[in-house]
Ligand binder design. Structure first.
Ligand code: UPG
Ligand code: MN
Length: 736
């Protein structure tokens, strides 16, 4: 067997049009060079102090944009796209010979993350098109909620009908909620249709029961009697202070745990790791590490998939796809993880907040892959257990697994296993161990995933990005602007903290990962820093317009061409990429808008909080992203109307900037109209006027929220009031 040559299990394709892109990028670099040259040679030394200072600031901002553009080009230098040959996989390995896969689902709060959503995710991963006896699903509940536990029991019961149904009808996606929502009821009365209706009904009844319990806010006594697990909650004082609760709800080894067709079910485990007030729980990283240890006792599969609780499986073949990479005879051995894109189920056509990150998932991650491997996204990712547990890559690494390997303690009963594995999820277990450092997910960052991925790559492994036609996972994207900005802030803050720490990719990655990958990481790690140059560019030129200080070459002067080219060419590039990744023009505009919004708010606060926490003034925490929104908000989201509603400093910043540009744009126009020689003003301030009008255009939804809307999603009046004062103040100071 060993000496036979095997056909590869996956294929790699280079992106088209690379040569064109490289020339295009080079032309933009040349103009950036011209711009810098212009800034230096035409420096307004003779003019007043304010003008020289503003000019110098423009120069620094443009240098920054130039550098940042360089990192975007590095990421795009060599994108690769992957495809798999699943039929070769199945002809090479019999079903019994396939490796086991452990699936981790994390949830943290039964209100923000409703149990019915979580169990839909659980059911969708239980129903993978993969031998059930090889699958084990673990739910980590950081909310330690008996309601969640109850919902999981319901899910276990429902899986007995759902799994056979999925197999029979080749259901996609395998989340019952989504499947029944998107499929039309069959109208004939064949046996299949009847079964369809029956299962839908039984799903809806289950949903109703769970939602009723959620409203009651406690589980009635008679239901508590049905499972021994509920007794554990007698000892729970609060969700932040309790023992570990570990319940094997379905024991896959038990011959009696069968679905209604007599086929085995996947193992299903509930875990609420121990929490004590004086122990730091390390958020999701802590939860995942507890799961890694507990699962090593119970099923110990060589591969681990982890998903967030809102990320249901949308493609039942995703496991087989991932295995095509890991099990490839030639290249598989160097792969540590296979990352699927983070895609969303609740996007509207033009994606008002740019949640979809089209270009990031469609192009940039492929670029990372070409440069050495994508980052670890934190969800929708398959890992080798060994690498996640800290193994270094060696040339002679060989991956072997025993065909029927199933847990180390196959002979222990579920009860004994529960008792013996509990200790692995206790607070004190990690004391004086390498967990959180060299083993498992790394602690100390709010973007634990990025840090963990980077350190795996620095241990010599590569990773793979796989973006199949049919999306493998779909999650829930934030539905309000504020939620979106907060999420972006968390990412930018976590990334920037890493950049300033010993994990800075340029230092930590030095000689460990390729330079182009180090630079690619900088694209995200420096997100936060963008706020400085961007804020400068959206305020100073407008204020100078009010004050009558020119900051750009005259329209009649040749230098203007370099500015115009740099701006137009980079816009065209981003538009082109956006359309190529399947977006619409309106979607691109929305994307540009939120791009500016997040740079001036999320990144600003991420930047300042990072600096503050460096000096010990604040501590970063993981703010969980809201997954449900009320009816009205959802409706506006569907209609692509931007949601403000709640007062927030982020909004104050946004509105102040918007007002400021509206003032300066109007003043600029007035100047032109009232001047004796309008052409002269236009000539001198043309670019500044264009800049502030573009900003006004991008800010349109804000003006709407300020002046024209009556609904509850409009800009709160406190924000309006404050921003008016700030903007007026700034303009008055500028004028006099
Ligand atoms: O103390 C905690 C906090 C969070 N979570 C879980 O972590 C997941 C991600 O949280 P969410 O608020 O949805 O984060 P996102 O904004 O979607 O976060 C993205 O970015 C995170 C890093 O900031 C990654 O960990 C996530 O996988 C990735 O989806 C959810 O399932 C949570 O239940 C926990 O288990 N314990
Ligand atoms: Mn999420």
């Amino acid at each position: 067997m060993g000496s036979r040559v095997h056909l590869p299990l996956f294929e790699t394709r280079l992106a088209n049009g690379l040569l064109f892109f490289r020339f295009y990028a080079a032309s933009i670099f040349i103009t950036i060079f011209f711009i810098c040259f212009y800034r230096l040679t035409c420096f307004p030394l003779q003019q007043g102090k304010i003008q020289s200072l503003s000019w110098f600031g423009m120069f620094l901002s443009e240098l920054w944009f130039g550098f940042y553009f360089f990192t975007t080009v590095v990421v795009r230098w060599n994108p690769v796209f992957r495809s798999t040959f699943k039929s070769r996989l199945s002809s090479r390995y019999a079903e019994e010979a396939l490796p086991g896969v452990d699936i981790f689902v994390c949830t943290a709060d039964p209100v923000i993350e409703p149990p019915i959503m979580v169990i839909n995710t659980v059911l969708s991963v239980m129903a993978y098109d993969y031998p059930s006896e090889k699958l084990s699903v673990y739910l980590s509940d950081d909310g330690c909620s008996d309601l969640m536990f109850y919902a999981l029991l319901e899910a276990a019961r429902f899986s007995r009908v759902w799994l056979p149904f999925c197999r029979k009808l080749k259901v996609e996606p395998r989340s019952p909620e989504i499947y029944f929502r998107n499929t039309v009821e069959p109208s004939d009365d064949s046996a299949v249709s009847q079964r369809w209706l029956l299962i839908k009904k039984s799903y809806e009844e289950m949903k109703m029961r769970i939602e009723t319990m959620a409203k009651l806010d406690k589980i009635p006594g008679d239901i508590r009697k049905e499972h021994k697990g509920f007794r554990e909650w007698h000892f729970v004082s609060t969700r932040h202070d309790h023992q570990s609760i570990l319940q094997i709800i379905i024991d896959g080894r038990d011959p009696s745990s069968m679905d209604i067709e007599g086929k085995p079910l996947p193992t299903l485990v509930y875990l609420a790791r121990e929490k004590r007030p004086h122990y730091h729980h390390n958020f999701k990283a802590g939860a995942l590490n507890a799961l890694i240890r507990v699962s090593s006792r119970i099923s110990n599969a060589p591969f681990i998939l982890n998903v967030d609780c809102d990320m249901f499986s949308n493609n039942s073949e995703a496991i087989r796809d991932a295995l095509c990479f890991f099990l490839d005879e030639e290249k598989g051995r160097e792969i540590a993880y296979v990352q699927y894109p983070q895609s969303f189920d609740n996007l509207t056509e033009n994606d008002i907040y740019g949640n979809c990150s089209r270009v990031r998932t469609g192009l940039e991650f492929a670029g990372f892959d070409g440069n050495g491997g994508p980052l670890y996204n934190g969800t929708g990712c398959f890992h080798r257990r060994q690498t996640l547990c800290g193994m270094k890559y060696r040339e002679d690494f060989k991956f072997e697994w025993k065909p029927m390997e199933y847990g180390r303690n196959t002979k222990q009963s579920a009860n004994v296993l529960e008792q013996s594995s509990k200790a692995l999820a206790s607070c004190s277990f990690e004391e004086n161990t390498q967990w959180g450092k060299e083993m498992g997910l790394k602690y100390g960052s709010i973007v634990e995933n990025i840090l963990t991925g980077l350190s795996i790559q620095c241990r010599g492994w590569r990773s793979i990005y796989f973006n199949p036609e049919r999306k493998a996972f779909l999650g829930v994207a934030p539905k309000t602007l504020l939620q979106y900005l907060i999420q972006q802030k968390r990412w930018a803050e976590g990334d920037f903290q890493l950049f300033l720490s010993k994990y800075c990719p340029l230092i930590y990655g030095h000689k460990r990962i390729p330079l182009k990958l180090q630079l690619s990481y900088c694209l995200y790690f420096l997100w936060a820093v963008n706020c400085l140059a961007t804020l400068y560019y959206v305020t100073v030129p407008s204020l100078c317009l009010v004050k009558g200080i020119p900051l750009f070459p005259k329209m009649s002067c040749l230098w203007v061409l370099s500015f115009a080219y740099a701006m137009i060419a980079s816009c065209m590039q981003s538009l082109g990429e956006f359309l190529c990744c399947g977006g619409t023009i309106q979607g691109w505009l929305n994307d540009q808008r939120t791009w500016m919004f997040k740079r001036t708010t999320s990144y600003l606060f991420a930047f300042s909080d990072t600096i503050m926490s460096m000096f010990g003034f604040s501590e970063s925490t993981f703010v969980i992203t809201e997954k449900v929104a009320d009816e009205e908000i959802s409706q506006r989201y569907e209609q692509e109307v931007m949601e403000f509603g709640t007062p927030s400093v982020m909004f104050t910043v946004l509105t102040t900037l918007a007002q400021l540009n509206l003032f300066s744009c109007t003043l600029g126009i007035r100047k032109v109209v009232t001047d004796d020689v309008p052409i002269k003003i236009l000539d001198q301030f043309g670019l500044q006027m264009i800049l502030s009008s573009v900003l006004v255009l991008l800010n349109l939804p804000i003006y709407q929220g300020l002046f024209f809307r009556k609904d509850t999603g409009k800009m709160p009046s406190s924000v309006t009031y404050k921003s008016n004062v700030y903007a007026l103040l700034a303009c008055t100071i500028a004028m006099y």
